[in-house]
Design a protein around this ligand. Structure first.
Ligand SMILES: [Zn+2]
Length: 89
């Protein structure tokens, strides 16, 4: 299971395996291409939304619905983005 790591989570940087043929399949859960867990994908989308809209209020609400446990181990740029969102307003 730990072999064939070919992707790293955009949130926590953890390596995981994504099967290329799975990725090509329709109905494949798209979050697997970006993060290792569904929850990290939710965090990713919240931050992504913020980079596009700069709507920190909306991003904060979205982040509050995510499990932010393990925040200390997130990638530095993700950590600072979350801190920015959480401290604005
Ligand atoms: Zn992750």
């Amino acid at each position: 299971m730990e072999n064939n790591i070919n992707a790293h989570c955009k949130i926590c940087g953890k390596g995981y395996h994504v099967c290329a043929s799975c990725l090509a399949q329709k109905g494949f859960q798209p979050w697997r291409a970006v993060t290792d867990t569904m929850n990290h994908y939710k965090i990713y989308m919240s931050i992504h939304g913020y980079t596009l809209s700069h709507d920190s209020k909306k991003a904060k609400t979205a982040l509050e619905n995510c499990d932010l446990s393990g925040l200390e181990n997130f990638r530095p740029e993700i950590k600072s983005a979350i801190q920015t969102i959480m401290t604005e307003h």
